[in-house]
Design a protein around this ligand. Structure first.
Ligand SMILES: [Zn+2]
Length: 484
């Protein structure tokens, strides 16, 4: 029985952030410890584990490491993680293949193409002939190196990412075809010279819906093994920024080239229609107050935690207070004030200056007065297929402060708003609120569309501002739409 190793190193790195991602920022499991954390999850790792067994292989767990998006990964953390992965792989008596979960937008201090460097080191250690099937996030900024050094790429087709487990299963099935049926994956990369705005990266809406549909159609062709579309991650000042298309055929480079180009042109040809017109915080809060549909989801685009921002932006909170909005809930990462609330104790009054502390890009601290309603250890479990596919979450020691009939939730960790359990676990029924601020772009939708009365995307400043013209790109390839 063939032995298939499974592993992963995943990070999405915001190069405009000055918060480096060190080894401690990664949660990781090594060897057998990987199974209890990832088996049965909606993550590709869950798909790998199930798929390897289904295909009649033996699964050999190596390393799975993942960290919340932030600034680039330190060289020390990267060296340590790749060393562990390689050591684990070397311990396998007979290694027949590797299923590897990478993100595709990892930047390391010394390596702008961090994911490509992982693959370079693996090829260095194990040679060119080892089949390495790599899954990538839909936000991957795919490089030629990733294409050249992987046997095949399998990229999520959804954003919010709810097909991660399916992609893991697809990768395992492809591994079976490679080992048992001797298919020869042949892949070609196309990158239109553009950045696709984060707002247009929802795969349930145009333009991506049609392009993904076309890719799915291509996969029904027996000669096409995988048809990949990646929207790209705009908050990375790297050469490979932007959308990517990778078609993998069975030993047919011509077909791969033609279909890759065709998918790429579908996006490139409509770029001028992808315009931006979002309200600022003042307008958005005004619209929210006058809305008859509840809850109104106010999407704080400039503080998209899943895109690497600090999660303590106060632009919308300040405006909600200024316009005397009621029945809102805002979550801020503010460990200092969590401790202040613990000191004061549940049921007692507090005066705090919340948020706006991580840097000078996300507003000033805002004064609130209220009552400490709850202190919670911050752990919650999500069992539904939600963006990210993780089951166990920890937002750190957390407190809920009641400000009139509104709620300010203060967490100790940066927590992406991809699960309603984030609020439900604190005794907050999101459906009953009038307004909810989510610090996200698209990924929150898998959770919040199930309860939203109305969604308002808000053009706020910050590390993940929706307009790429807010950023100073120095290393990207030029010309690049819409910068030039
Ligand atoms: Zn993503």
């Amino acid at each position: 029985m063939a032995t298939i190793a499974i592993g992963g190193i995943m990070h999405e790195s915001n190069t405009f952030s000055n918060t480096p991602t060190d080894f401690e920022a990664f949660s990781h499991s090594i060897g057998e410890d990987l199974f209890p954390v990832w088996k049965g999850t909606h993550h590709e790792m869950g798909g790998f584990i199930q798929g390897v067994v289904q295909q009649g292989f033996t699964a050999y767990p190596t390393l799975m490491a993942t960290a919340t998006p932030a600034g680039p990964v330190t060289d020390a953390a990267f060296d340590k993680l790749t060393d562990i992965l390689i050591q684990q792989l070397k311990a396998i008596p007979k290694l027949d293949g590797l299923l590897l979960a990478l993100h595709g937008a990892m930047v390391v201090e010394s390596y702008p193409d961090g994911d490509g460097e992982v693959l370079r080191r693996l090829r260095d250690a194990f040679g060119e002939s080892l089949p390495i099937v790599v899954t990538l996030d839909h936000h991957a900024n795919v490089s030629q190196q990733m294409v050249d050094r992987s046997t095949a790429l399998v990229i999520y087709k959804t954003n919010p990412h709810i097909d991660q487990r399916l992609r893991g299963l697809q990768a395992a099935e492809l591994m079976m075809h490679i080992l048992k049926e001797k298919v020869i994956p042949t892949q070609v990369l196309a990158k239109p010279p553009m950045i696709l705005n984060i707002l247009y990266q929802n795969t349930s809406a145009e333009p991506m819906r049609s392009i993904i549909k076309e890719a799915e159609q291509l996969e029904r062709d027996a000669n096409i093994l995988v048809a990949n579309v990646a929207a790209g991650y705009p908050y990375a000042d790297v050469y490979e920024v932007g959308p990517s298309f990778v078609v993998v055929t069975n030993n047919d480079p011509k077909l791969a080239q033609a279909e890759t180009n065709r998918l790429s042109d579908m996006l490139w040809n409509i770029r001028d229609q992808l315009t931006l017109d979002l309200p600022d915080a003042v307008d958005a809060v005004r619209q929210a107050i006058s809305s008859h549909e509840h809850p109104v989801i106010l999407v704080e685009m400039g503080d998209n935690i899943g895109g690497g921002s600090p999660g303590d932006s106060t632009f919308i909170l300040a405006e909600l207070l200024r316009q005397k909005a009621s029945g809102f809930v805002v979550v801020l990462c503010d460990p200092e004030n969590v401790q202040a609330c613990v000191q004061v104790g549940v049921g007692n009054e507090v005066s705090l200056e919340v948020g706006g502390k991580a840097d000078n890009l996300h507003g000033n601290p805002v004064a609130i007065q209220g009552k400490v309603r709850l202190i919670h250890d911050g752990h919650f479990i999500e069992t539904e297929p939600r963006h990210g596919g993780q089951k166990y979450h920890n937002q750190g020691l957390t407190t809920v402060v009641a400000v009139g009939d509104s709620l300010v939730v203060l967490t100790s960790n940066r927590q992406t708003p991809f699960s309603l359990q984030q609020l439900l676990s604190l005794g907050i029924n999101p459906k009953a609120m009038r307004m909810i601020v989510v610090k996200a772009a698209i990924a929150y939708r898998a959770a919040y569309e199930t309860i939203a009365g109305k969604i308002i995307e808000v053009d706020t400043p910050g590390l993940t501002a929706v307009n790429p013209l807010h950023f100073k790109y120095e290393n990207v390839r030029r010309p690049l739409f819409p910068l030039d």
